[in-house]
Design a protein around this ligand. Structure first.
Ligand code: ATP
Length: 249
């Protein structure tokens, strides 16, 4: 479970995230959508414990990310937009290192090779991370998220730069994790993918929630029955300056 209550993140005088509430339950994929600069990455980095919120509370599986970090992070996997990896480890060493950090070498021993194989990285297992292509780095970042049996996943634009078969594999993995009871928040600009993959979406603009719900709920609220998520999103974000929140928890 991911709970975000009245999250505010200010960079000097600029408010990037403004009283954002989010709730993602186990067994749910929620899409975090918004125009460039809406505050999605900032919110996700706060949820991952990388940025300190200016105000607000974030709980991962009930544990506060600021006051109970070890417990909160034990169940958390964050896949950032630009993977931050240890360049001088080999691919296999990298995966093993992450498993060791979470005290889950057992998973590495049992599933490490299978996970690398699933993301087409097995033949690169002895290569340095520094030599990987952009898409391969993204796939390794995802593999690292799977190696410690997290149940709350934060994916920030995970499909950018990944080839079609890798993207298919990743989407199937996200669905597998959801079906196994995982809590998944995924930020993306790929609205057709979000429409197919996400159970609900949360649309932010200028740091604020402007709408939340299933596609059917958003279509109904905007009187756009039968229209795509892209059409609904464009309408809501165009009206974003004046729009009031349309909540559907
Ligand atoms: P995109 O879709 O383009 O990735 P985003 O929704 O993820 O955008 P953020 O990266 O969270 O948006 O940025 C939100 C706002 O905060 C932007 O206006 C950005 O310029 C600003 N911002 C982000 N990081 C910093 C920083 N370190 N210092 C100052 N401003 C920042």
């Amino acid at each position: 479970m991911l709970e975000v209550l009245r999250l505010v993140k200010q960079y000097k005088n600029f408010v990037a995230v403004n009283e954002l509430d989010m709730l993602v339950r186990p067994g749910e994929i929620v899409g975090l959508l918004g125009p460039n600069g809406a505050g999605k990455t900032t919110a996700m980095r706060c949820c991952a414990g990388i940025l300190k919120p200016t105000f607000g509370t974030i709980r991962i599986n009930g544990a506060d990310i600021q006051t109970d970090q070890a417990k909160a992070k034990a169940g958390l996997a964050f896949v950032p937009e630009v993977p931050s990896l240890y360049e001088l480890l080999t691919v296999q060493e990298h995966l093993k290192f992450i498993a060791m950090c979470f005290n889950r070498l057992d998973i590495f021993d049992q599933q490490g090779e299978a996970i690398l194989d699933r993301f087409h990285l097995l033949e690169k297992k002895n290569e340095l991370v520094a030599t990987l292509s952009k898409g391969m780095r993204q796939k390794l970042s995802v593999a690292c998220a799977l190696i410690h049996e997290a149940n709350v996943f934060l994916f920030d634009e995970p499909l950018i730069g990944v080839d079609p078969s890798g993207a298919r594999e990743l989407k199937e993995e996200i669905i597998r994790q959801r079906d196994a009871g995982g809590t998944i928040l995924i930020s993306t600009h790929l609205l057709d993918t979000a429409e197919k993959l996400c159970d609900r979406v949360l649309i932010v603009n200028k740091g604020k929630n402007i709408a939340e719900g299933t596609l059917a709920e958003l279509q109904s609220d905007t009187h756009m029955e039968g229209q795509s998520l892209e059409e609904v999103f464009l309408k809501l974000t165009k009206e974003g300056d004046e729009a009031t929140t349309i909540p559907h928890a």
